[in-house]
Structures are given as C-alpha cells and as structure tokens.
Design a protein around this ligand. Structure first.
Ligand code: UD1
Length: 417
C-alpha cells in the first residue's frame, strides 16, 4: 500500500494553480445522462473519484472522449445499462447522483445503497422521498434502490435536512419532469449553482440555485452544451491552511476567493494576511497562528470539508480552540492520528477541544478519510522530524497532484510503496 513520507518544518512558498472542483465535476458528469447529445466539460480534475464516475457512466452506455484529461466529452446517445453496482457505490457515495438523471431520462434505475461510511451513517432518505413525491415508485431489494417512473411530475419538496447531493439529484430529475418542481430548504453550496449553470446551458429551466428555494420548470428534452467546472474551494482552502500552518507565503491562481469567505475569515483570525483578485488569492503568514474556534454547518457557514485541516493548524496555535462538527456524526477520526504526533486534543461528543502546543512530532499515522488525510499532510508539513502517512488512496480520491503541487511550494514530500 502506498505511503507519503514528509520531513516537516519547511514553510510553503510559491505559486500553484487550483484544479476544477471535484464536488462540482461529479454531478456535472452525471448531467450528461440527461441528453442524447454531447456534453463537453472543461476543467475536470484528474483524480480517482472522477475516474470511478467515468467508469460508471461508461458502463451505462456513455461514450467518453478525453478520459483522464481535463477536457472531457460525454455522449449518452443511448442508455444500455441502468445499474450502479455495489463495487462502485461503496468506494464513492457520489455515485448516487446517477439516480435522478437515469430515472428522468430512462424511467428506471437500480442503484446500490451506499450503506455505512467511515465519516457517518449518511442515509439517502431525502433523495428517495423527493423522487417519490415526483411520482417514482421505489423499493429497496437486495441492497439496491430500484426506482421506476414512466414520467416524473413536478412537486413541492421540503427537505428535512440540508443535503448537497440530495438537492443535486432532485434538481437533475426535475429538469425533465412534467410541470414545475419547487425544492425548499435546498442546499446553497456553490457546486449547486455550477450544476444549475450547466443544466441551463443544456436547455433546462432552473431558477434560484444558490438560495434555499430552487424552482425547476420541466422541459421535454435537454440538448448538448459546453461547461467549465468551477475552481475547487476545498483544495484552495487546504493549501491556504498549509501555508498558514507552516508560516509561508503562497499565491493561488485559477481560484475564486468569493467561494470561501468563511474559511478566509478564519485564516485572517488565525493571523494570516490575505489579498485576492478576480481569480487569485495571495496569503502571507509571518507569525505563529492564533487558535480559532469553528463550527461546521451548511454553506455559506464553515464547511465540514475544511474542519480536519483547521484541526492540524490549531494543534500548534497559540491558545485553545473548540471545533464543533455538526454535519457528520463521526468526522473526528483524525484526532487519534494527530494525538500520535503529540497533539493535545480532547473529544467531547461532536466537539474537539484543541490545546495548542509548541510543535508536533513526526510519526507514523494512517489516513482514515479524504479530508482527514489532508489534515495529516498538513500536520506532517509542520511537524519536527519525519511523518509517514499510510492509506493515502483516500487522498488520491479528491486531490489532483497534491505531492507535485506541494513540491512546487518547496515541501519535501515523496510517495513510497
Ligand atoms: C456532499 C459533499 C461532501 C461534503 C458534504 C457536506 C459531494 C460529492 N460531496 O456530500 O464532500 O462533506 O456534501 O457538505 O458533493 N443526510 C441524510 N439523508 C439524506 C442525505 C443526507 O440524513 O438523504 C445527512 C447526511 O448523513 C449528513 C448530512 O445529511 O449528515 C449532509 O449530507 P449531504 O449534504 O447529503 O452530503 P453529501 O451530499 O453526501
């Protein structure tokens, strides 16, 4: 199994480009299932979750050109297989995003239940409830969601909780439904706006994306289009935290500061100096960071996908921080690993109290999920001595070329078997 080896203690300096957003690219790829025509997608990040999604779409009959390049053309002229098998859904929960488009276009879908996941239970009841309100008949058989609908119809759906992929799934399904669908208590994440822009370029009538009420007027069919995926705000945030924690200075291109206001506010509170322009962010950090309290919540509040990275920063900050995770039940697994590096953290329920110490010690640690892996990389970069991170396949699911980007910024990091 591959590992990352990081001799720590080097401040990050330099300039890199940010990739397209994984969480925007995944639903946009699934939107290709909604039309017989070709969808050209630019700025698709090259990473494992995208490869998995492309294989799934291929299995369903989608022809794909440019696989493993940042420009991809998908053409789902005919759908030949309406099944998302367990082997794929278990490695990438976002595979559930094919459910809405398949049902809307082909009238049927058979998707493996995602089941338990390391960071929490993550049920899909809201996806199912919404599709049922739109007229789908859904049964769970042999661990699969079997959904059938001759023709979906518009409905008013109020989500019980805010769900990102749930909102995306129902938004895609509603584009081809008879009549108008209103989604209330919808997620407001920028990735939802990106998907709505792509769907509208394909001829859909989606209004209000980015607010908590989204209205979709169904149309008889969608057509081909070209779409450029938005920058990855979590990759952006991860590099900014790494630079802050190491006391460095970095310039990030091809990104957008407006996508991560809550994160930039917290970095400023920690002591970083941040400048930004239309598509760049510059961060300078000359002092030891100050501890920052944070509480995760749906957008535009602080993102759960940045919680672990800020935990590492707080480990070596001046003061004590309280980090509260409100989205997932079990997303503090990196605490155990950070403790192996001598961090002083106490967990109470869904909160972690992080007592800042002078330095972390390099150690052998294990990545437990995607963003936890990023927190261990940051911990390794600031630690005294060498850190070895096992199970880095989690990192490869969501970060494009993380080692080469960190190397450009001066980090010493290498991959070993
Ligand atoms: C998406 C992101 C993920 C991010 C998360 C929260 C993608 C591909 N992934 O995941 O990186 O961490 O949003 O910002 O975009 N829930 C239910 N019932 C449902 C659906 C969700 O109870 O039907 C719960 C989940 O268990 C979780 C919470 O709602 O506790 C939020 O989950 P959700 O927003 O759906 O996360 P994902 O869309 O899976």
């Amino acid at each position: 199994m591959q590992k990352l080896i990081i001799p720590g203690g080097i401040p990050l300096h330099g300039e890199i480009a940010i990739s397209g957003a994984k969480n925007a690219a995944l639903p946009v790829l699934c939107a290709a299932l909604l039309t017989q025509d070709s969808l050209k997608i630019n700025n698709v990040p090259v990473l494992q979750d995208i490869t998995t999604m492309l294989s799934l779409l291929k299995q369903m009959g989608t022809s794909i050109t440019g696989h493993n390049a940042s420009e991809i053309i998908l053409s789902a002229a005919e759908l030949t297989n309406l099944v998302a098998p367990y082997e794929m859904v278990k490695t990438m929960r976002a595979a559930i995003l094919v459910l809405g488009p398949l049902l809307a276009r082909a009238g049927e879908a058979n998707i493996s239940l995602p089941g338990g996941c390391a960071i929490g239970l993550r049920p899909v009841d809201q996806h199912i409830k919404g599709l049922q309100a739109m007229g789908a008949e859904i049964s769970i058989k042999h661990g699969y969601i079997h959904a059938v609908a001759k023709k979906l119809h518009g409905a008013r759906i109020v989500f019980d909780i805010v769900t990102v992929t749930g909102t995306e799934n129902l938004m895609m399904a509603a584009t081809l439904a008879d009549g108008t669908t209103i989604l209330e208590n919808a997620a407001r994440e920028p990735e939802i706006v990106d998907l709505a822009n792509c769907l509208n370029a394909m001829g859909a009538k989606v209004h209000g994306a980015g607010s908590d009420i989204i209205t979709i007027e169904g149309v008889p069919s969608l057509h081909g289009a070209e779409h450029t995926v938005m920058p990855d705000r979590i990759e952006t945030g991860t590099f900014l935290v790494a630079a802050t924690a190491t006391g460095g200075e970095i310039h990030l291109k091809d990104t957008d500061s407006h996508l991560l206001d809550a994160v930039l506010d917290k970095l400023t509170e920690a002591g970083a100096h941040i400048d930004s322009g239309e598509n760049w962010i510059h961060l300078k950090m000359h002092s030891k960071p100050k501890s920052v309290n944070l509480r995760t919540a749906p957008y535009p509040a602080f993102p759960t996908d940045m919680q672990a990275q800020f935990m590492s920063l707080n480990c070596i900050a001046n003061g004590t921080a309280i980090i509260t995770e409100t989205i997932f039940e079990n997303r503090l697994m990196h605490v155990q690993e950070l403790k192996r590096m001598n961090a002083n953290i106490k967990v109470e329920g869904n909160a972690a109290i992080v007592y800042g110490i002078s330095h972390l010690d390099g150690a052998h640690v294990m990545a437990t999920d995607l963003r936890a892996s990023a927190s261990l990389v940051i911990a390794g970069l600031i630690a005294q001595g060498e850190t070895v991170i096992d199970r880095i396949y989690h990192l490869d699911r969501g970060y494009e070329n993380i080692e080469s980007k960190l190397s450009v910024l001066g980090a010493q990091i290498r991959r070993a078997r």
